[in-house]
Design a protein around this ligand. Structure first.
Ligand SMILES: Nc1nc2c(ncn2[C@@H]2O[C@H](COP(=O)(O)OP(=O)(O)OP(=O)(O)O)[C@@H](O)[C@H]2O)c(=O)[nH]1
Length: 376
């Protein structure tokens, strides 16, 4: 193939004689194995060279050989190159019909080649744009996936922190709630005896009184106070005194109904509010409690630890129509019980005949009329 090219180069440089000499010498020793395309290229180069030096016969011979070879092989693209030379040859020979035919073929083949090239380049451009598009989409997808991964990691971090924050918040709220419930419980309950504290006792009693008045139901109120409790403290110490207070509370709690209200007024003084309970029922209940307290035995053998309490009982009526008056009346009865020798229950006395109770305010001056439990 190099030889064929060399001949072509010599021809293009105008060195026609050298090209012919070199080509004819090589061509006369033609080698069948060199191939059609190779031979036709040498023939075309020789045809061109002979044309240039005006040897039209030789030119025609080589060019037609080349044309036939290419036609037989269907090498259209090579034919496209040979037709202009044949056009020129026949034009030079004055054979204008043939010249015209080859000129036409040259134009047709050149156009076809141009169309093919255009098609190929279009296909190439399309493939290129598809590739670029693909590349772009790939780049966008990669960018998106990186962004998504980043966002995912960010959301994981956010989720972690928010979970931690939520847990901390819940723990804090739970802690605050626990504290609040503790504070509320400590405000509502007397820490030593576990019965209602003074504040919540007053609240509960106020509600119960209002409810009884609204429903027009009876209600009684008991105030009781441990007898000579100072002596218990002084003789046996405050620890024993505390134990007595706790035990008294629990004995009374078990002696009354669930709906009854038991609270510590202060020191060794307690209140029992008894909804839906008349004065006689309240007196009986107080008596049961009094007896229960008398039976308290200390777990360690403490000699002379006598526990007893005095009870004052009042009832809600037209005159004693508020919690304050109930407390005052019951307290007067309690004072009376202490005055009469302690360890007893004192209530206001029901007026014979009318069925009414004497006004509690007159209790102190009406001692003889008070219902008393006898001293043991
Ligand atoms: N251990 C103990 N003692 C208390 C508590 N609260 C009050 N006291 C004591 O209860 C005693 C009450 O004594 P006083 O008011 O003189 O009454 P008392 O000795 O019971 O006599 P009377 O009520 O007249 O029968 C005092 O010594 C108080 O210190 C308490 O929570 N624990």
């Amino acid at each position: 193939m190099l030889r064929a090219l060399y001949i072509g180069v010599l021809t293009s440089q105008g060195r026609f004689d050298e090209a012919i000499e070199y080509g004819v010498e090589f061509y006369s020793s033609q080698d069948a194995d060199q191939g059609y395309e190779y031979l036709s290229t040498i023939e075309h180069a020789l045809g061109k060279a002979f044309l240039e030096i005006g040897d039209f016969e030789q030119s025609k011979r080589f060019l037609l050989l080349a044309e036939n070879r290419l036609r037989n092989q269907g090498l259209d693209e090579n034919l496209r190159e040979i037709y202009p030379t044949l056009f020129k040859l026949y034009y030079s020979l004055g054979e204008f019909d043939s010249s015209y035919q080859y000129g036409k073929l040259a134009v047709e083949h050149t156009e076809k080649f141009a169309r093919d090239a255009l098609d190929k380049s279009m296909v190439f451009e399309m493939a290129k744009s598809k590739y670029l598009d693909f590349e772009n989409r790939l780049a966008i997808a990669e960018k998106n996936s990186l962004e998504a991964e980043y966002k995912y990691k960010q959301s994981l971090v956010f989720l972690g922190w928010s979970t931690l924050a939520c847990v901390l918040l819940v723990l804090t709220v739970m802690g605050v709630q626990r504290q609040k419930s503790k504070i509320k419980a400590s405000l509502e309950t007397d820490t030593l005896t576990k019965v209602l504290s003074r504040v919540s006792l007053m609240e509960s009693c106020t509600k119960a009184v209002a409810e009884a008045k609204r429903r027009e139901q009876p209600l009684s109120l008991v105030v009781f106070d441990l007898d000579l409790f100072k002596r218990v403290n002084d003789t046996f110490g405050h620890a024993v005194g505390d134990w007595v207070l706790k035990t008294v509370s629990s004995v009374v709690r078990t002696s009354i109904r669930d709906k009854d209200i038991l609270g510590r007024l202060g020191g060794e003084e307690f209140v029992i509010c008894l909804p839906n309970t008349d004065i006689e029922q309240a007196r009986q209940l107080s008596e049961r409690c009094r007896e229960g307290l008398e039976r308290i035995i200390s777990p360690v053998a403490i000699e002379n630890l006598d526990i007893s309490a005095s009870f004052g009982v009042a009832r809600l009526d037209d005159t004693v129509d508020s919690l304050d008056k109930l407390l005052m009346t019951a307290d007067k009865c309690l004072y009376q019980a202490k005055h009469l020798g302690r360890n007893r229950v004192v209530t206001v006395l029901e007026d014979e005949g009318t069925g009414d109770y004497k006004p509690s305010m007159g209790l102190c001056s009406l001692q003889a009329e008070l219902v008393q439990t006898p001293l043991k």
